[in-house]
Design a protein around this ligand. Structure first.
Ligand code: FAD
Length: 293
């Protein structure tokens, strides 16, 4: 099913993001995690690609396995990194032949070891070009990335929002935000997006903080502000279990605040772990459905 249509019909959304495993053992663990989270009836589950997210082959393998073995709606992430427009066209047509109806269209992060995005000589510089290609291929509901604190390369928030709106107007049905830890960035972004005439559903991307050192690295890369009020207690945690408990409490409070402010969509960056996510969604009262006989 198309994510844009499901969200419209439900008026709410719960989704989970995974990265593709690198070997059989981690793949087996990932599918256990997926089996656990499947019970919450997610609108979709997405699988990253490139940069820290692995190869196209790994993403494709997981996406097609989810499609074949479960009743879930899988969404591959697709980036322009090191791909010609013909490569991207082939990938989209291949996914489509396998019944995939959704894609997160991204420019992509520079490959490991480099810090500047360089387009393929026959490829694309910006996500908008990929959105246009997906529209041409047809048959997809298209998601794009948005940045409550602004994209790290953007000169200012206004310019970033200008290009974001162009990207959405090119054919996106919904957007997922970069992680953020202070909801004020999200509320400000929503206000600015509203004023700019952006009307598609914008799904906040929630990253539970379970390993503070890892999240510090992520937030530095993504430009997400990590408030000292979270960092200090996490650093003082006496054990990984205590840190996990604090991280779960923080993410629960963050989502409760979003909900009190009218947010009905939640996308969780799972880092392929189910424990923290399960506790957070339970705390939020998402009901786990009984498995089908
Ligand atoms: P764009 O929308 O193209 O924007 C990139 C920059 O260019 C921005 O600064 C924008 O303001 C600017 N810009 C846009 N258009 C123009 C223009 N016409 N002229 C001048 N400037 C312009 N990365 C991965 O590699 N793999 C993943 O699986 C992945 N998943 C992600 C999932 C989510 C939910 C999010 C939020 C991000 C994800 N990323 C992933 C990271 C993303 O690829 C990077 O943030 C990347 O640097 C930008 O991608 P984009 O699609 O937002 O690019």
């Amino acid at each position: 099913m198309k994510i844009g249509d499901i969200i419209k019909a439900r008026g709410s959304s719960l989704s989970f993001e995974f990265f593709p495993p690198k070997d059989a053992a981690t793949e087996a663990r990932l599918f256990q995690t997926i089996a656990t989270l499947k019970g919450y009836g997610p609108t979709f589950i997405s699988v990253t690609y490139g940069a820290g997210g692995g190869t196209l082959r790994n993403t494709r393998k997981v996406i097609l396995r989810i499609k074949e073995e479960t009743s879930l709606t899988p969404m591959p992430h697709l980036t322009c990194v090191e791909q010609s427009h013909q490569d991207l066209d082939n990938i989209l047509k291949d996914y489509k032949r396998h019944g995939i109806e959704n894609v997160l269209a991204l420019r992509g992060d520079p490959p490991k070891g480099t810090d500047e995005f360089v387009a393929h000589p026959d490829g694309y510089c910006y996500a908008i070009d990929l959105v246009r290609l997906v529209v041409l291929v047809g048959g997809y509901s298209i998601g794009v990335a948005v940045y409550p604190e602004g994209h790290t390369e953007a000169p200012d928030l206004e310019t970033d929002l200008y290009y974001t709106k162009q990207k959405i107007n090119a054919g996106a049905d919904f957007a997922i935000t970069q992680m953020f830890f202070d909801n004020r960035f999200f509320y400000n972004f929503m206000e600015r997006a509203d004023k700019a005439g952006i009307t598609i559903p914008i799904i906040p991307g929630i990253m539970p903080i379970t390993d503070i050192e890892k999240i510090k690295r992520f937030s530095q890369m993504s430009g997400a502000t990590l408030p000292g009020s979270i960092v200090a207690p996490m650093e003082k945690a006496a054990s990984p279990q205590e840190a996990l408990k604090l991280g779960i409490e923080f993410a629960t409070k963050q989502c409760e605040d979003l909900r009190q402010n009218g947010v009905k969509y939640f996308h969780f960056y799972t880092l392929n772990q189910s424990q923290a996510i399960t506790e957070i969604v339970n705390n939020l009262g998402f009901a786990k459905k009984a498995p089908r006989p």
